[in-house]
Write a protein that binds this ligand. Structure first.
Ligand code: NAD
Length: 292
């Protein structure tokens, strides 16, 4: 992706990192790549049970895939499926040569060990990067099949044109699927990375010394103005549903956007930031896996 500007000028209000516009560009690239490939690109997804949100997500995913020329095949198992039923289906899809890109929708029915199921997905087909084996890809520098949200955050930082080598970065939150992979991707760019969590002392002070802050902790609007060094790049991964001023539910990030945009150099909004880019990175992982 082409950097927007190598050195953003000082300004009163942060520049917006428009995740939706960036995601549209990624999608356009993928559409062209798939059309030129002359080979089918397909995503196989397994949906277990009848969770309403997961069903809606799968439906939207089918539409998103078809828009860029990816065929979407949904495999379903009933809510009564046992671990062995689910594992058996994943292993069957692993051995099917026509399946190149595979994911399992969450949540799985209560009582099913999610991590155990995820670790069964063939690492070469694991387009969400949820098999622990794929964390090795992050460490060893492969860009494809690393967790999509981490890829999205890195692409958005790179879009600002910041040279990460020698910069200090704070990643607020250290989950296996979001915070840790983001920290490792930043380390690979030779940044000096603080991986932080809810036990980190004096976190606002530490964050304020950093050139990049990635907020991925699931605490609504935690990162305030006092956390941000003037001109810093602030990426907000959080997606939190909270009651708005009139009592209706609104979506906010882990960054207090209005407070921080006065001091940050660049900031990603929620919604319209990391979320749409994460979807685009999944589509890219699917395309990479299918065309490999
Ligand atoms: P998680 O609950 O698994 O992990 C949260 C991490 O944040 C932990 O390491 C915890 O120690 C840390 N943390 C909690 N409170 C903290 C505090 N006060 N200060 C510092 N660190 C703190 O959450 P997750 O699955 O990593 O998700 C994090 C956020 O990212 C959530 O808001 C989630 O909705 C969002 N998310 C967004 C996307 C996307 O596509 N944009 C994808 C996945 C998750």
């Amino acid at each position: 992706m082409v950097p927007a500007a190598a050195n953003a000028p000082q300004r009163d209000v942060a520049r917006l990192i428009d995740g939706k516009a960036l995601a549209d560009r990624v999608r356009d690239d993928l559409r062209r790549r798939i059309a030129a490939a002359g080979r089918p690109v397909r995503l196989d997804a397994l949906l277990v049970g009848d969770d309403r949100a997961a069903g809606i997500y799968a439906m939207n995913q089918a539409r998103t895939c078809e828009e860029i020329g990816i065929r979407y095949v949904l495999h379903r198992l009933p809510a009564s499926a046992s671990y062995d039923d689910i594992a058996g289906r994943v292993l069957l899809l692993n051995t099917d040569d026509s399946v190149r890109a595979l994911m399992v929708h969450m949540p799985l029915p209560a009582g099913i060990d999610t991590e155990r199921v995820q670790s069964l997905i063939d690492p070469d087909k694991d387009v969400e990067g949820v098999n622990p084996a794929n964390i090795g890809n992050v460490v060893y520098g492969r860009r494809s099949l690393v967790p999509c949200t981490a890829l999205a955050a890195l692409e958005m930082i790179e879009h600002t044109g910041i040279e990460l080598r020698g910069k200090r970065c704070a990643v607020v939150g250290a989950s296996n699927i979001v915070g840790k992979p983001i920290a490792v991707l930043l380390m690979r760019e030779d940044a000096t990375v603080h991986s932080t969590n809810k036990f980190t002392p004096e976190l606002p002070r530490l964050a304020r010394e950093c050139d990049v802050i990635v907020a991925a902790c699931g605490v609504p609007r935690l990162v305030g103005a006092g956390w941000v060094k003037p001109g810093a790049v602030v990426i907000d991964v959080g997606i939190n549903r909270i009651a708005g001023p009139d009592g209706t539910k609104i979506t906010v990030g882990d960054v207090d956007f209005d407070a921080v945009r006065g001091s940050a150099g660049w900031i990603s909004p929620v919604p319209g930031g990391v979320g749409p880019m994460t979807v685009a990175m999944l589509l890219r992982n699917v395309t990479d896996a299918a065309l490999r």
